[in-house]
Ligand binder design. Structure first.
Ligand code: FAD
Length: 535
C-alpha cells in the first residue's frame, strides 16, 4: 500500500468507475472503507490532509460507552458503545487496552455516590458484565495516593478502555487496503459531479501533497459518502448547490481540548473521572503512552476549520482547576503542562444553550445523492459504517448482506513473530498497532532500535518503519500521528530531532532542503496548536 511510488500508482489508476467514494480519512471514513471492502464493493477513500489528521487523532482516546451520556438519557448510544467496546477489547488486543477508572465523589458534586453507583450498575448491565465497586476515600487513595483533597468522600472503581486513536484509524485503513480498497491522503475533494437527474455521481479531486502538483481528476462512483466530520456541511452545501436552508439540519462544531503532563509531574497509573468544580461536567484524568492527560472541554468552535484548532487560555484554566480539585498537593500549574491538543466534534445543532446537552449519536442524511455520515464516536465506528452501508443499499448494484458478524480488526497472523526476543508486552503492542505489518516492522529494525524513545511508549523501530512504509508525506504525519512523539515527548520532541533525523531522513527520501522545510512546518504547527498559547 505505502511502498515507494504508491501515490503515483493510485493517481494513474484513479479514473475508473468506483462503487463508492468516501470523502474523509478519519475513523468514520476508515470504518466505511473497511466494511465496504468486506462486502465486495470497489471503494476509494480520499483524505484532504493526512489520515486521522482531523478529530480522529484528537479525541480523548477512550473506547467507552460514555457513562456520562446516561445522564442525558442517551441509553441507545451507551448500549451500542459498550457492546462495541467489548468487541474492540477482544479483537484489538494490544491497541485497545482495558483501563481502570476511579469515579470520585465529593460533597459538592451534583449527584451523590449512590446515584453514580446505580448509573454504573446500568453501565455494566449494558455490557453484560459486573466491573464496578464502591470504595471509601481511603480505599481510593490506596489505589491513587495523589487524590489528596480532604473533601474526597469515596467513589467507585470501574473499567473502560483506552486506545491510540490515530493508530486505530491507520490500522482499519491498512486492513481495508490489504483486502483491495484504495486510500490516499493529501487528496482534496474540491467539487461534486452530478448526473442528468441532478444527483451526485462523483467528485473532483486535487493532489495537495505539495504546492507544485498539477494532479487533478474527476472520478465517478455509484455512491459518494461524505465522512468529513466537522467539515461535512461544506460538502453538503456543494450537494445543495448553495448555502443550507434554515429548515435543513445544521452541524454545530464543538471544540474539546486536553492538557498533557509528564508522568513525573502528574503520575497516574489509572484514570480518574470527576465532576468539574465549576460547571459539574464530567472530566477525566488518565495515563496515555507515558504521559498524563486532563480533558476535555466542550465549547462552541467558531473559528475556521482551515486552521488546526487550538486550546484557549480559558480552557487551560478550566482544565487546571480539575487538577487543583483532585490533586491539591501536586500544585499543578500552567508551566507544568508539556503539550496540548484540541479536536472539533460535529453534532447536530438543536440550539441547546449547553453544548454538552447536544446528542452525540451519529446521523445519516441522503441529500441529492450525497450520503453524509457524521456525529457518533470513535468507539462506534463499526456501527456507523454498518448503518451507512445499509442505508445506501438501494444506491448500489451489489446486494449488501448482514455484516454484523464481521471482525472489526483482522486477527494478525503472528506466526514467526513470536519467536523473537522482544518482551511479550511490546510484542502485543506492536501487533495491536501494526497488525499484520508487525513482523515486517521487526525485520526492518536495527538491533539498537528496540528501546523506548525518551519516556514515551514507542520504540525507535516504529519511527523507522513509519517513515519507510506508512504513507508519510510531511514530518507532522510522522511525529503527530504515526508515532505520537509530538504529544508524548517534551517540547514536541524537538530535543530529539537530531536523532530522529538520523533514523528517518533516508527512509523518507528527503534531501537537506526538504528536511529543513518539513522541520520548520512541524515546529510552526506544534507551537500553534499543540503547545501553550503564546499571546
Ligand atoms: P474526522 O476524524 O474529523 O475526519 C474527517 C476527515 O475529513 C478529516 O481528516 C478531514 O481532513 C477530511 N476532509 C474534510 N474535508 C475534506 C475534503 N473536502 N476532501 C477530503 N477530505 C476531507 N469518541 C470516543 O469514542 N472516545 C473518546 O474518548 C472521544 N473523545 C473525544 C474528544 C473530543 C475532544 C472530541 C472532539 C471527540 C471525541 N470523540 C470520542 C468523538 C470522536 O473523536 C469523533 O466522533 C471521531 O473522531 C470523528 O471521526 P470522523 O472520521 O467523523 O471525523
Amino acid at each position: 500500500m505505502w511502498k515507494t511510488g504508491w501515490r503515483d500508482r493510485i493517481w494513474s489508476e484513479i479514473q475508473q468507475s468506483w462503487d463508492i467514494i468516501i470523502i474523509g480519512g478519519g475513523i468514520t471514513g476508515a470504518g466505511i472503507l473497511r466494511e465496504a471492502t468486506r462486502v465486495g464493493l470497489k471503494a476509494l477513500l480520499v483524505e484532504a490532509h493526512d489520515f486521522a489528521s482531523g478529530t480522529s487523532s484528537r479525541s480523548s482516546k477512550l473506547v467507552h460507552g460514555g457513562f456520562r451520556y446516561l445522564k442525558n438519557a442517551q441509553i441507545r448510544l451507551t448500549y451500542y458503545a459498550v457492546r462495541e467496546r467489548e468487541r474492540l477489547l477482544k479483537e484489538g488486543r494490544g491497541l485497545i487496552k482495558p483501563l481502570s477508572f476511579l469515579m470520585t465523589s465529593f460533597p459538592s458534586d451534583p449527584y451523590p455516590a449512590w446515584v453514580m453507583g446505580m448509573g454504573l450498575t446500568v453501565y455494566d448491565m449494558l455490557a453484560f458484565k459486573w466491573g464496578h465497586k464502591y470504595l471509601d476515600a481511603e480505599g481510593l487513595r490506596e489505589l491513587c495516593p495523589q487524590l489528596s483533597n480532604p473533601q474526597l468522600s469515596g467513589g467507585h472503581r470501574y473499567i473502560d478502555a483506552l486506545t491510540d486513536d490515530a493508530r486505530l484509524v491507520l490500522r482499519v485503513i491498512r486492513e481495508a487496503v490489504l483486502e483491495g480498497a484504495t486510500a490516499i491522503n493529501y487528496t482534496k475533494v474540491e467539487g461534486l459531479l452530478f448526473n442528468q437527474r441532478g444527483s451526485v455521481c462523483g467528485v473532483q479531486i486535487r493532489d495537495v501533497s505539495n504546492e507544485d502538483s498539477m494532479l487533478e481528476a474527476e472520478v465517478q462512483a455509484q455512491l459518494v459518502i461524505n465522512a468529513s466530520g466537522a467539515w461535512s456541511d461544506d460538502l453538503r452545501k456543494l450537494a445543495h448547490g448553495g448555502p443550507l436552508q434554515p429548515k435543513q439540519p445544521h452541524l454545530r462544531k464543538l471544540r474539546g481540548s486536553h492538557i498533557i503532563f509528564p508522568q513525573d509531574i502528574l503520575p497516574m497509573n489509572r484514570a480518574i473521572s470527576a465532576f468539574h468544580p465549576v460547571d459539574s461536567r464530567p472530566v477525566f484524568v488518565f495515563p496515555w503512552e507515558g504521559v498524563s492527560i486532563i480533558g476535555t472541554t466542550d465549547v462552541d468552535h467558531n473559528q475556521s476549520l482551515q486552521f488546526d484548532p487550538k486550546i484557549s487560555e480559558e480552557e487551560i484554566n478550566y482544565l487546571l482547576s480539575v487538577g487543583t480539585k483532585l490533586f491539591p498537593d501536586l500544585t499543578l500549574n500552567r508551566s507544568d503542562i508539556q503539550s496540548t491538543f484540541s479536536g472539533v466534534r460535529a453534532v447536530v445543532d438543536t440550539g441547546k444553550t449547553d453544548p454538552s446537552k447536544e446528542s452525540r449519536e451519529h446521523v445519516i442524511w441522503h441529500e441529492n445523492g450525497l450520503l453524509t455520515v457524521t456525529g457518533g464516536k470513535l468507539t462506534t465506528f463499526r456501527m456507523m459504517a454498518k448503518d451507512a452501508l445499509y442505508s445506501a443499499r438501494n444506491c448500489l448494484s451489489i446486494k449488501i448482506q448482514s455484516i454484523t458478524s464481521h471482525r472489526m480488526l483482522d486477527l494478525p497472523e503472528s506466526e514467526g513473530f513470536w519467536d523473537t526476543n522482544i518482551a511479550p508486552s511490546l510484542r502485543l503492542t506492536l501487533l495491536g498497532r501494526y497488525g499484520n505489518d508487525a513482523p515486517q516492522l521487526v525485520a526492518n529494525a536495527k538491533s539498537d532500535e528496540f528501546h523506548y524513545i525518551g519516556n514515551c511508549q514507542s520504540i525507535w523501530a516504529e519511527l523507522r518503519w513509519a517513515a519507510k512504509a506508512e504513507g508519510v508525506i510531511h514530518l507532522d504525519d510522522l511525529l503527530l500521528r504515526r508515532v505520537r512523539l509530538g504529544l508524548t515527548l517534551p517540547d514536541g520532541g524537538i530535543p530529539w530531532i537530531g536523532e530522529i533525523r538520523r533514523k528517518v531522513q533516508l527512509e523518507l527520501g528527503w534531501d537537506d532542503n526538504r528536511w529543513k522545510r518539513e522541520y520548520d512546518r512541524y515546529l510552526k504547527l506544534w507551537k500553534n496548536s499543540y503547545s501553550l498559547p503564546t499571546d
